[in-house]
Design a protein around this ligand. Structure first.
Ligand SMILES: NC(=O)c1ccc[n+]([C@@H]2O[C@H](COP(=O)([O-])OP(=O)(O)OC[C@H]3O[C@@H](n4cnc5c(N)ncnc54)[C@H](O)[C@@H]3O)[C@@H](O)[C@H]2O)c1
Length: 352
């Protein structure tokens, strides 16, 4: 089976990973529909799909309003479900907003998928954040689930919706639990989207980097092309015995190493260590890197792009496309979220 002429639906397709996936799907000959309302505070950017904008259908709706685009769900042979809010900090500031985006909207979308296209393959972008502070590393799928922030809790709920509906035979879900992903088309202007987007914003505007803590915390950044390959394989694979599978980068690096590589590639900028601010320390998970052996066993494939190579490609992309991601004369991040804490932001669901 191949993607040629296959109808696929990509939720969150204006965002970082979703747009890279949609572009690759179009290159492979798929007929792509994107569902994305460009949710305020998330990384959706119409420029992300510039290379394919005349070859995809864009439905500017919340995935939770799924009954409004039932036809597109019915026709899809594979659904890539990447809609979501990724910021752990936003989730602590606006927990109800995070719940609406990452849990309620997902629940409504998946119920509609089960109703309009029972048994359809849905590949969901889960997160390593559901594990919380690791008891051991590398992190495998047997590790206890103890999320340390609301984002992890709500993404966990969505992971379980996929599992449960699949056990009931209503969906054929696969959840890829992603580590930190980086590459072209990440949002640079939204604060609190993780250290890799912050590092990129700073080095691209000629600033040095600050690493919180002693810099020894490990991460295994995964280049977006590697993540896209995992989604493409999961989309067409036979139903695997285990439906939730970790996806991580090829190598563990310390945050200090990661910062030094970014700073060096951008022109020998300085890197400084500073104590953790209190709000970050509370939800910090320490070190993390992924055991990708189940991914390799299931799909016969491992991530391959080394951080330095992926980062060079990423910097080259932004140097060419900078004006679509950041105003260098005013590179202040702004997420457009309201300042009143606790108020759910932008309720778009028709039924609410
Ligand atoms: N980037 C990472 O490192 C990472 C790590 C783990 C998991 N993930 C998951 O991968 C997915 C994609 O992340 P990303 O980095 O591309 O984020 P992103 O913010 O760049 O993109 C997310 C997209 O989803 C859209 N969206 C949000 N809520 C929606 C809704 N209710 N209906 C339809 N669209 C909606 C946004 O408008 C945005 O375009 C997310 O679900 C995220 O939790 C990402």
């Amino acid at each position: 089976m191949s993607y040629r002429n296959l109808r696929v639906l990509v939720t969150g397709g204006l965002g970082f990973i979703g747009s890279n996936l949609a572009i690759r799907l179009v290159e492979l000959g798929a007929r792509v529909t994107i569902v994305d309302p460009q949710m305020a505070g998330c990384g959706g950017n119409p420029h992300n799909i510039a290379p394919i904008c005349d070859r995809v259908e864009l439905i500017s709706r919340d995935a939770g309003d799924a009954d409004q685009f039932a036809g597109a769900i019915r026709e899809a042979k594979v659904i890539f479900n990447l809609a979501g809010e990724i910021s752990h900090i936003h989730s602590m500031e606006f927990p109800e907003r995070d719940m609406l985006i990452n849990a309620v909207s997902q629940l409504r979308f998946l119920q509609a998928c089960a109703r309009h296209n029972p048994g359809v393959r849905v590949v969901y972008a889960g997160t390593r954040q559901v594990y919380g502070k690791p008891d051991y590393l590398p992190m495998d799928e047997r590790h206890p689930l103890r999320p340390v922030d609301f984002n992890g809790v709500h993404k966990y709920a969505a992971n379980m919706y996929h599992d449960m509906l699949s056990r009931m035979g209503l969906l054929d879900g696969i959840v890829l639990r992603l580590t930190n992903v980086y590459g072209p088309r990440m949002s640079l202007s939204i604060p609190c989207q993780g250290f890799l987007s912050t590092f990129l914003r700073l080095v691209l505007t000629g600033k040095g980097l600050v690493v919180f803590g002693d810099g020894k915390q490990l991460r295994d950044p995964m280049f977006v092309d590697d993540a896209v390959k995992a989604f493409l394989l999961a989309g067409l694979a036979p139903t695997p015995p285990q439906r939730t599978i970790n996806a991580g980068g090829p190598r563990a690096l310390s945050l200090h190493q990661i910062a030094r590589i970014c700073a060096r590639l951008a022109g020998d900028l300085p890197v400084e260590l500073r104590p953790f601010p209190e709000d970050r320390a509370m939800i910090d998970i320490g070190s993390y890197f992924t055991d990708t052996s189940l991914l390799a066993e299931t799909f016969g494939w491992k991530p391959s792009v080394h951080f330095e190579d992926g980062m060079m490609t990423t910097l080259a992309y932004y140097r060419a496309e900078m004006s679509h991601y950041l105003d260098p004369s005013n590179p202040q991040p702004c997420c457009g979220l309201p300042e009143h804490k606790g108020i759910p932001h932008r309720l778009t669901y028709a039924a609410l």
